[in-house]
Ligand binder design. Structure first.
Ligand code: UQ1
Length: 447
């Protein structure tokens, strides 16, 4: 789209870079800063540090050849974007001034300041940033992987492997049940499971097929959304559009041979029911990688890296920090949260490196552009206390075309050109400007 191209071109010009891959000297696998994970959080903090540290002092450890901009997956599943626009080569996204090791961390030894890799290397670090995110556990639901491996209406926007199946299922959908699920586990982007539900409704309405299909959103949660202001707006939308919301309803089985899914009532586990479907969009259970969660020294009982929720510093090892989805900080796991955390992590790590007290505080900011149709979106923004923390000087609980454009055309460019270069810390500065003299909204706290 023209707007996309203009934004891309401008930001790319402002931010031109020469891309390179550094050969690795396996003899000296030690560094000042080791970043485990080249996803959203790892890349953005590595980019910030790459301005200070020499190549050999900054290692990013990640086995993936690709880096995906996952927030685009909702639109890809709905047929409004292409998967190729969400993908870049890892080597082109990581900062030039870092050493990329294409390997996976399998063992953390925080008392020795080392990380072991699957290829048998031991990397010694002075400071460690754990940014390994959440794994998709399709395998936790019996029958699901088998159903996803065959043609049919089972799909999931969460994986690049399955996201194109969503649009295929949508195009084939003529009648019957379209079911959307939210699992009984922590998830990344908790809004995504219902965004595709609204897009399906809109898709069918535009084609005059809506009356033939019954749509339900089966969520393990007891609420439709954690922040009341937006939950109220979403309930209204579901009622208006005849979307059946079933709370505390958890997918436990998919029939690999027939289009049937079994759910349990989490409040009455003996109450199970099986439904036929024409389309089943699954949000898989998620967990931090087992290679991380088995290291009880650095994780809490739920497998997340145990940090102070404001400073993002490990509670037992002051030279370890975390960012993004694998953090124990109780924020909503979104790219916007990682953006806000990135500057806090960077500044606090720099202070620790200089033996200075740490000052930066993350306030739990997260945002979720709740796409409610092919041209509308509610931009939810909130903090740890689940209080709205909105950027724009109007109430954001409305479905707006402008917020859809922000989600589809503006934020992806911000991500690739600013955030991946360490220059985007979330919209706190804009928020302050937008609310200048009108409100007293807080941004990142300072102690
Ligand atoms: C944001 O900062 C961000 O991180 C890059 C996102 O991730 C994809 C978002 O979806 C949003 C909404 C923000 C917040 C940005 C603005 C301009 C309100």
């Amino acid at each position: 789209m023209f707007l996309n191209k203009c934004i891309d071109k401008t930001l790319a010009t402002l931010n031109r870079r020469c891309l390179s891959k550094t050969p690795i000297n396996f003899e000296s696998l030690s560094c000042k800063l080791l970043v485990v994970g080249g996803g959203t959080g790892g890349c953005s903090v590595a980019a910030k540090f790459s301005r200070h540290l020499k190549k050999n002092n900054l290692i990013v450890l990640d086995p993936s050849k690709n880096h995906y901009y996952q927030p685009l997956f909702t639109l890809i599943g709905a047929g409004a974007e292409k998967l190729e626009n969400a993908r870049r080569d890892m080597k082109d996204v990581l900062p030039q001034e870092c050493t990329w090791i294409e390997d996976e961390a399998i063992e953390y030894e925080p008392k020795k300041n080392t990380v072991r890799t699957s290829k048998g290397h031991v990397i010694e670090y002075d400071y460690l940033l754990v940014a390994v995110g959440l794994d998709l556990r399709f395998d936790k639901i019996p029958g699901l992987l088998a159903a996803l491996s065959k043609p049919g209406g089972v799909c999931s926007n969460y994986s690049p492997k399955y996201v194109n199946r969503t649009y295929q299922a949508l195009q084939k959908l003529q009648s019957g049940n379209a079911i959307f699920t939210f699992p009984n586990s922590p998830v990344k982007c908790p809004g995504a499971p219902q965004k595709i539900c609204y897009l399906t409704d809109h898709y069918l309405r535009k084609r005059g097929k809506r009356n033939n299909v019954s749509i339900s959103y089966n969520t393990s949660l007891a609420v439709i959304f954690g922040v009341k202001k937006y939950a109220d707006a979403l309930w209204k939308i579901c009622k208006e559009r005849n979307i059946q919301v079933n709370l505390r309803t958890n997918l436990i089985k998919v029939n690999p041979d027939r289009p049937e899914a079994t759910f349990e009532n989490l409040d009455k586990p003996e109450e199970k029911f099986t439904t036929e479907f024409s389309m089943l969009h699954v949000t898989p259970p998620m967990a931090t990688p087992e290679t991380l969660s088995k290291n009880k020294d650095i994780t809490n009982e739920t497998g997340f890296v145990e940090v102070d929720k404001n400073t993002m510093q490990h509670v037992r090892f002051p030279n370890i920090f975390t960012i993004g989805d694998c953090s124990s900080s109780p924020n909503s796991k979104t790219a916007a949260a990682a953006a806000a955390q990135s500057e806090v992590v960077y500044k606090n790590m720099l202070s620790v490196m200089k033996n200075k007290p740490i000052h930066e505080m993350y306030d739990g900011y997260a945002s979720c552009p709740l796409v409610t149709g092919y041209n509308k979106c509610i931009l939810a923004e909130f903090d740890y206390d689940l209080n709205p923390l909105e950027t724009f000087p109007f109430s954001q609980d409305k479905e707006l075309y402008s917020m859809y454009v922000l989600k589809k055309n503006v934020i992806p460019s911000i991500y690739w050109h600013l955030m991946m270069n360490g220059h985007w810390n979330g919209p706190a500065t804009f928020r302050k400007l937008m609310h200048l003299g009108f409100t007293d909204k807080k941004s990142n706290l300072h102690v």
